[in-house]
Design a protein around this ligand. Structure first.
Ligand code: BES
Ligand code: MN
Ligand code: ZN
Length: 518
């Protein structure tokens, strides 16, 4: 897929390094020729008879090094070791969080200019999930944004070898994580691009480029077609902008056409000023990230193209700007959604739910097995859960459990929030079927209750990623979440579907043999 990288990702290609997995112990690591050798040392490290083992053992004994995450020790051109630079890094109990802490502490090391080949040696028995965490976090550390800062020094690392005790045992997890890496990088890239470099049309072009990858198709609708579909809520938000809206439909076909797909719906507000209910100036620039739900859908499709799982997936992205203008919607305006429900727009800043509700109605035409929407939907979710876990709402317990589990394995956590009908009270209004806002209390929940009106009986989940999709402050930038969670959810769903198919013939066989006896 080398040439595809160039087309779909442009400059980003430089930021995607190649990972290789191999069986390697410390004795083998000693002779690895590379610019940088990172040895990840867990609690209870058992040294072998090689020179690296003895250095690590002595340093631990002398308390010059500890296995706690964040602790490290560097060597340069050490005699008997082929690597130019060696870093021993503690990874504690080698769970996803410890690995995240350890590798983020080494971050700048991987971005060092001139670095070409690095070897990471996992010194001990690491779980498959831990190997995935190593790949994720190293890739994360290597990402450098250059789209509108071409002079920024991109990561020069071309190849990263991940050395483990038994490569075969972790090969699947390794493959999944390298695919997630490509998806996360794409999501971060589109999230980070400023709104004038990531318009609805630009997102549509990015989606069309993905359709050149195997198994992926893409269709893009403009204002005329969206109007013909009767998407009055989506159109209402887009009205205030000079940038034409785009409705993006991606399809990945990995299973028989008759298999019900999972539909992913990503909020694609390429800039959210708030509209007439305008936002305050401080940090308004961060509203360029209001399309991170859409970016995560693009990222998932990138990973699907890499992995080719046996599942059908549809991606829907309603993309537009939310701007104040002479043509903008005004507080109190009532619009008719594609579902036929009328909506009183009491606050034009609650625009995400307006574009999503029409996309959710549209999703029903695919007769989906499940619908998952992903949206930077509410500031209230940031207050509730911060940047650690995404808010997860689900109408279906099995779907909720699957998403929670997928978040755990990918270290891309979420937390289930409630959907009690009592939370919907505040959305009632005298002037339409529903208002687009309730009061300030439980703002993340009332937003989810609004969306729920548009999903019918299909198992549905909503991920509020307002706190997790990007970081503010000194490390401002998109995180690529929740691409990891979604890809692992889809892989598990594909596995379940395959198991269900595999069990069918055997059941039939039992019935056939049982029939004559009866
Ligand atoms: N995109 C914002 C949500 C947001 C705000 C995400 C801050 C991350 C940080 C969304 O469109 C919005 O403005 N929501 C309003 C809803 C309110 C008017 C009911 C909010 O959260 O303030
Ligand atoms: Mn808003
Ligand atoms: Zn918004």
């Amino acid at each position: 897929s080398g040439w595809m990288n160039r087309i779909t990702l442009g400059r980003l290609k430089r930021a995607i390094m190649n990972f290789d997995l191999k069986t390697l112990d410390l004795a083998g690591a000693v002779t690895e020729k590379c610019d940088l050798l990172v040895v990840l040392v867990p609690d209870g490290f058992k040294p072998g008879g090689d020179v690296l083992s003895s250095i690590a053992a002595q340093a631990l004994k002398a308390k010059d090094f500890e296995t706690k995450p964040g602790k490290s020790l560097q060597l340069y051109q050490a005699p008997g070791i082929s690597a130019r630079r060696v870093v021993l890094a503690g990874v504690g109990k080698a769970d996803a969080r410890s690995i995240r802490q350890a590798i983020s502490g080494l971050g700048a090391l991987f971005r060092q200019v001139g670095l070409k080949r690095a070897v990471l040696c996992l010194a001990g028995e690491f779980s498959a999930q831990a190997v995935g965490a190593v790949v994720q976090n190293v890739a994360h550390a290597c990402y450098v944004y250059t789209a509108t800062k071409p002079k920024a020094e991109a990561c020069t690392l071309g190849r990263i070898v991940v050395g483990v005790a038994d490569a075969d045992a972790v090969a699947d997890a390794f493959g999944h994580s390298t695919a997630v890496v490509t998806g996360v990088a794409l999501a971060r890239e589109w999230g980070n691009r400023p709104a004038n470099h990531a318009t609805p049309s630009h997102l549509a072009e990015a989606a069309k480029a993905l359709a050149r990858l195997p198994g992926i198709r893409c269709k893009v609708l403009g204002p005329a077609e969206v109007s013909r579909l009767g998407m009055g809520a989506f159109l209402a938000v887009a009205k205030g902008s000079e940038e034409p809206l785009r409705f993006i439909e991606l399809r990945y076909s990995g299973a028989a056409a008759a298999e019900a797909p999972v539909v992913l719906v990503g909020k694609g507000i390429t800039f959210d000023t708030g509209g007439i209910s305008i936002k305050p100036a401080p940090e308004m620039d961060e509203m360029k990230f209001d399309m991170c739900g859409a970016a995560s859908v693009l990222g998932v499709f990138r990973a699907l193209a890499e992995l080719q799982p046996a599942i059908n997936v549809v991606g829907l992205i309603p993309a537009c700007e939310n701007m104040p203008d002479g043509r903008s919607i005004k507080p109190g305006d009532v619009v008719t959604s594609m579902s036929g429900q009328t909506i009183e727009i009491l606050n034009t800043d609650a625009e995400g739910r307006l574009v999503l509700c029409d996309a959710l109605t549209y999703a029903a035409r695919f007769k989906p097995a499940a619908v998952v929407d992903i949206a930077t939907l509410t500031g209230a979710c940031v207050i509730a859960l911060g940047g650690v876990r995404s808010g997860m709402f689900a109408s279906d317990d099995a779907l909720a459990a699957a998403l929670l589990a997928a978040g755990d394995v990918s270290d891309d956590l979420c937390w289930r929030m409630p959907l009690d009908e009592d939370y919907a009270e505040g959305l009632k209004t005298h002037f339409a079927d529903v208002g687009n806002v309730a009061g300030r209390p439980a703002g993340a929940v009332t937003a989810a209750k609004f969306l729920q009106r548009f999903v019918g009986d299909t198992p549905w989940a909503h991920l509020d990623i307002a706190g997790t999709a990007w970081k503010g402050g000194a490390s401002k930038g998109a995180t690529g979440r929740p691409v990891g969670l979604l890809v692992h959810y889809l892989l598990a769903a594909a596995d379940n579907a395959r198991d269900a198919v595999a069990s069918k013939p055997s059941r039939r066989r039992i019935r056939k043999t049982a029939a004559p006896a009866a």
